[in-house]
Design a protein around this ligand. Structure first.
Ligand SMILES: [Zn+2]
Length: 116
């Protein structure tokens, strides 16, 4: 399952940040999952409950933020939002666009618990 390896990478990143901040546990993890990231939110949530076990994030809540898709036109330079199944220039309707946002999987924020 692709989502499980994604989650394991995420947990490693979270553990590193928690260690840097001397956190005893992680309460909440907020992720941005771009609509074009290829990640299935439900599978990601399920994989997360497996990947977090025995880590500093064992009791963490996972919050997913979908985000939007943005494109830039190669012909007219127009930029704006586009829909998943309609990646067209918002200005001229051309299909030769570059996706500038929507493919990413990003760690947006972490709520850390420290013993201090
Ligand atoms: Zn255009």
């Amino acid at each position: 399952m692709h989502e499980l390896s994604v989650c394991q990478g995420l947990i490693r990143q979270v553990e590193r940040i928690a260690a840097e901040n001397a956190a005893t546990s992680v309460d909440r993890i907020v992720l941005k999952v771009g609509p074009l990231s290829g990640i299935e939110p439900e599978l990601l949530r399920h994989a997360f409950t497996i990947a977090r076990e025995g880590t500093v994030a064992a009791l963490a809540e996972l919050e997913l933020s979908q985000g939007s898709i943005k494109v830039r036109c190669r012909l007219c330079g127009g930029a704006g939002e586009a829909a998943v199944n309609r990646l067209l220039c918002p200005d001229c309707g051309e299909w030769q666009v570059d996706v500038t946002e929507g493919e990413e999987l990003l760690l947006l924020s972490l709520d850390l618990e420290t013993s201090l």
